[in-house]
Design a protein around this ligand. Structure first.
Ligand SMILES: Cc1ncc(COP(=O)(O)O)c(C=O)c1O
Length: 497
């Protein structure tokens, strides 16, 4: 039987769930159960609405009114968005402007019900998708033959990348394909490889936390079908040496996917603003595909990304067509079958209404704020910035437990992302963080957090020990079981109050 969240006993060290994988309340709830906190308090943290709204385990016998539902969702949404509005959240909310979101919702509304598979009914989808892909390809210097697909986000784009290079390898007679991925490459690549029966071989990073190209070279073997690099990495916001990877890819005739899911739509503006950003896009000749997420720094609604290929033959390898089905001829570009036209229309609308001036202006604010965040970290001798980041600043400490620092930042209302191997935090700067006063408050709270970490009230930090638990085979088994418990809990009905 799987461990359920509230069955994880106090024998556990204090923990925090994987960032980006669990909601903050989940992480807090896991931490508090591990601390042996009162079970009711834990349930209230995980199910904050159980005392306010009815929990439904079957369809209501009488229909609930629109007004009632709207009042409920208004209450939930305004409470849940409050922390992001203050500008104290790393990543997650990329634009945050109420007018922008309201406009996107207006556009979404007109196509929400549309299934874009039905192009005879909805040719607008062809216009929107084609133009989204072209706009991203042009920003990333795609050659004339560059093409792509709109996906539901980074994970689907990376799934497509692993699939395409697996198929290309098979055509070349490689039945047991491997991809070489930096340890800092996004875990969605490992997930895709897991689904697709491809082996991931991890390449280490250097002291600067970008991939070690010599190590990649040494790992290439006849089973290798593709190399992966990132611009910029989720953990540390850094760009792998794509030009060096490109030379290897060209020499060995391998695919080279650059995961620009996070950085793909902000780094080009950094370059235009004169920042020192190494080449990483299609100008690098060995780059064969790039993912860039429109639902991150593209400022579209959640649920879209773009996967670009240097040539059409690569894109064809992700298509699925089927001619022998009684249901008719079937053709689908990716994992999804029916897809909503609303997301695609709203993504397109975000891009064209921001335009070059909008993206540039937002990027200028984000890079300036990130420089201030970096300066705030560098001002504290106990902390060290990792590598040379431009918009997502990761930092660690050799003398303090960085998770104690996080505990104090959390208490001051900040939501950083915790990292491991080595323990660190990152602050991925987005538009809400650029509000006046945010960096000054961060500098003061960070300084106080460092003082707190020098003499913390309890030895084990509340926000990090799950990372200490992972890393050994036995530890990983336990931590995996706990993470499965967290996932199970996300689908649980709130217990009666
Ligand atoms: C570099 C990178 N790649 C891929 C992803 C996965 O994207 P998604 O969460 O949209 O599936 C992320 C998410 O943060 C990322 O930072």
């Amino acid at each position: 039987m799987r461990t359920r969240l509230w069955e994880v006993g106090p024998g556990w060290s204090p923990v925090e769930a994987e960032p980006g994988c669990a909601a903050p309340l989940t992480a807090g709830a896991v931490a508090s159960v591990a601390m042996g906190d009162d079970g009711e308090a834990l349930l209230d943290a995980f199910f904050p609405y159980r005392r306010r709204f009815e929990t439904r385990s079957s369809l209501p016998a009488e229909a609930v009114s629109h007004a009632h539902v709207l009042a409920m969702v208004d209450e939930m949404a305004s409470e849940e968005d409050a922390i992001a509005r203050e500008g104290k959240v790393s990543g997650s909310i990329y634009h945050g402007g109420e007018d922008h979101f309201a406009f996107l919702a207006e556009v979404f509304r007109r196509f929400a019900h549309v299934n874009v598979l039905q192009r005879d009914m909805y040719p607008s989808a062809t216009k929107f998708e084609g133009e989204i892909i072209a706009m991203v390809a042009s920003l990333l210097h795609g050659p004339e033959e560059a093409c792509g697909v709109v996906t539901f986000g980074g994970s689907e784009s990376l799934f497509n990348a692993v699939l395409v290079y697996r198929e290309q390898g098979r055509e070349r007679g490689i039945d047991d394909p491997q991809v070489i991925v930096p340890v800092t490459g996004h875990v969605a690549i490992a997930k895709a490889a897991h689904y697709l029966g491809v082996e991931v071989v991890h390449a280490p990073v250097t002291d600067e936390f970008a991939v070690d190209v010599d190590a990649v070279r040494a790992l290439i073997n006849p089973r290798t079908v593709a190399l992966f690099g990132t611009a910029a990495t989720y953990p540390h916001g850094l760009i792998d040496p794509i030009e060096a990877l490109s030379e290897l890819a060209l020499e060995h005739e391998l695919g080279l996917h650059v995961d620009g899911c996070l950085g793909g739509l902000i780094l080009p503006w950094g370059e235009r603003l004169g920042l020192d950003i190494p080449l990483w896009d299609f100008r690098v000749p060995g780059v064969t595909s790039i993912s860039a997420d429109t639902h991150k720094y593209g400022y579209g609604p959640k649920g879209t990304g773009v996967m670009l290929y240097r040539s059409r033959d690569l894109r064809h390898r992700q298509y699925f067509t089927y001619t022998d089905w009684p249901g008719g001829l079937y053709a689908s570009p990716g994992i999804a079958g029916s897809r909503s036209g609303g997301l695609i229309a709203a993504t397109w609308a975000a891009m064209v209404t921001l335009g070059e001036p909008g993206y540039l202006a937002i990027a200028e604010r984000i890079f300036r704020t990130a420089a201030e965040i970096r300066a705030a970290v560098e001002a504290l001798g106990e902390l060290r910035v990792m590598g040379d980041p431009t918009f997502c600043v990761a930092f660690r400490s050799e003398e303090l437990d960085i998770y104690h620092v996080n505990d104090s930042l959390k208490a001051s209302g900040w939501r950083m992302n915790s990292l491991q191997f080595p323990p660190a935090l990152h602050f991925c700067v987005t538009l809400p963080n650029t509000q006046p006063g945010v960096t000054d408050t961060f500098a003061a709270d960070l300084s106080a957090a460092v003082e707190y970490a020098k003499d913390p009230p309890q030895a084990a930090p509340r926000s990090g020990a799950i990372y200490g638990g992972a890393g050994t085979p036995e530890g990983n088994v336990q931590v995996n079981a706990m993470l499965e418990g967290v996932l199970d809990a996300m689908y649980q009905l709130a217990p009666p109050a």
